[in-house]
Design a protein around this ligand. Structure first.
Ligand code: ZN
Length: 507
């Protein structure tokens, strides 16, 4: 059962320890009974989705995230595909707004790099080295091979029980978060042996080199954080323990590479993104766990998804939510896709004092108000004859309760409101569950919905994201805000919506 990995150990010792530079490290194909490659991708994706629930992952459209994606793609294009896998893993790269110096990879290719790591790296070669190390864990299937190792045939553990206990069980999410955060027992698929670490170091150095980088960057990064934080101080070093003599064996490996004069140490793009990252919001491990970041609406709801929101092309009348078509809000022409500047991204805002609420919105948007007091805030050209394509609808829903809300009673009202919106807008699909928030110091709920946009492409309605936010009013009624955008533009508009929400005051 352990034959192949033992062979790997022997090979490592030969290459790294006792032999002159005669050959590069050959990636090790470990024994993997637990997962087929397809299962590995499927289960890894599930685990990645859980990460988004537990950690503040930047939207894929964020500039720093995009930079990391590009760097990752470049490295992956120089990563080997091991026998039995068939094709390269579907790698995807994400940035977590966590101050911990850490990075981790999930089976199948989801790689998460903490903002703290990007800040701690001095050069692109250093960051590339860290990411190449993570890529190497995926390529060599360390996570799932470790599950195979832990299976004991004598105890009768089958694939199903391993799957359910490791990845699918109730405790998996908590364990993952703890593992990622370093606050408790590590999830099995994040726990790497020293042997795994050495393999990832050696293969990673080769990938970085083949991608044009100075392969010493990885070791430089390790040494820097080890010097700064001590051997166990940085979380990265806990998740990826130093096998010992890291510098020596990586240096020996690098000596096997043909010399190259023009190896990349850093790039202007790295320096630019490093500067951006230095100014980005980060959360401590405790804050990540506390979940305060969930209220900001600034982080992605899932891999490839935009942000935490959804919508409905409608306006709500006073008393009963929704119902009023808002297609006439700013013209009746055919809807078109709008640019970021037209959508008010980065635009100065103006203050709106309405009858029972106040909000700031982009100065180039148009305000419409119906007789019931419902306000639509819409970019010019943001609605067509078929309805609202982009914008926000803010209204009031009369409630019959006693006026004292707690999270549970607001939740009930929110779900009912979402149902009304769905009924009046041809059916909306709920995405995720209701998220408790605070808006302007009041109890609030957020709920994401998916519908169909009035915007069409080749005659087909585009998917729409609607973000319903309800705010408990002191007088017992509920203010609601529905932010609307075609799904593909939602990530771009999210900061605009989030800023509006941040300024919102129920009065
Ligand atoms: Zn590692």
């Amino acid at each position: 059962m352990m034959l192949l990995s033992r062979l790997g150990v022997v090979l490592l010792v030969v290459l790294a320890g006792t032999t002159p530079a005669w050959a590069r490290f050959e990636p090790v194909t470990c024994k993997n009974n637990a997962f087929t490659p397809q299962q590995e991708v499927t289960e890894g994706a599930k685990a990645a989705a859980e990460v988004y629930q537990e950690m503040p992952v930047l939207p894929d459209s964020d500039p720093v995230a995009r930079y990391v994606q590009q760097l990752g793609a470049k490295l992956v294009s120089h990563a080997p595909v091991l026998p039995g896998v068939g094709q390269q893993w579907p790698f995807n790269f994400h940035v977590v707004a966590s101050a911990d110096i850490n990075a981790f990879a999930l089976p199948g290719g989801a790689v998460f790099v903490n903002m703290g790591t990007i800040q701690a790296a001095d050069t692109e070669a250093q960051l590339a080295g860290v990411m190449a190390h993570e890529i190497s864990h995926v390529v060599m299937r360390h996570s799932t091979c470790n599950i195979t190792k832990q299976q004991s045939p004598k105890l009768g553990f089958g694939i199903a029980s391993v799957l359910s206990s490791v990845l699918l069980g109730d405790s998996a999410l908590g364990t993952l978060a703890q593992g990622a955060l370093g606050l408790g027992a590590k999830a099995t698929f994040l726990k790497m042996s020293r042997e795994d670490e050495q393999q990832a170091d050696l293969l990673g150095a080769g990938i970085a080199y083949d991608s044009g980088y100075d392969p010493r960057g990885m070791v430089q990064f390790f040494e820097t954080i080890e010097a700064k934080y001590g051997a166990g101080g940085a979380q990265w070093l806990s998740d990826h323990p130093n096998p010992g003599n890291r510098t020596e064996y990586v240096s020996a490996e690098i000596a096997t590479f043909p010399r190259r004069a023009n190896a990349v140490v850093t790039t202007p793009e790295f320096q630019r993104m490093h500067a951006v990252a230095m100014g980005d919001k980060m959360y401590s491990a405790t804050e990540v766990l506390a979940g305060t970041w969930k209220r900001t609406g600034a982080y992605a709801a899932g891999p490839g998804a935009s942000v935490q929101a959804v919508s409905a092309p409608m306006a709500a009348g006073q008393g009963s939510a929704a119902g009023t078509a808002i297609g006439a809000a700013s013209g009746t022409g055919a809807a078109v896709r709008l640019s970021a500047s037209a959508l008010g991204v980065g635009m100065r805002t103006v203050h709106l004092q309405a009858a029972r609420f106040a909000v700031d919105y982009p100065a180039n948007w148009i305000k419409q108000q119906d007789s019931g007091g419902t306000v639509s805030l819409v970019p010019q050209g943001g609605s067509g004859g078929q309805g609202l394509v982009y914008g926000a609808v803010i209204g009031l829903s009369k409630q019959s309760g006693d006026g004292v809300y707690d999270q549970a009673s607001l939740n009930t009202a929110t779900v009912a409101l979402a149902q009304q919106l769905s009924d009046q807008n041809g059916g909306l699909q709920q995405v995720g569950s209701v998220v408790a928030m605070q808006v302007g110091g009041k109890i609030a709920d957020g709920l994401e919905l998916r519908g169909r946009s009035p915007l069409t492409e080749n005659g087909t309605a585009l998917p729409e994201r609607d973000w319903l936010v309800t705010v408990a009013r002191p007088d017992g009624d509920v203010n609601y805000l529905v932010f609307v955008s075609p799904e593909r533009d939602f990530a771009m508009l999210k900061p605009v919506f989030a800023a509006m929400l941040q300024s919102f005051q129920a009065q």
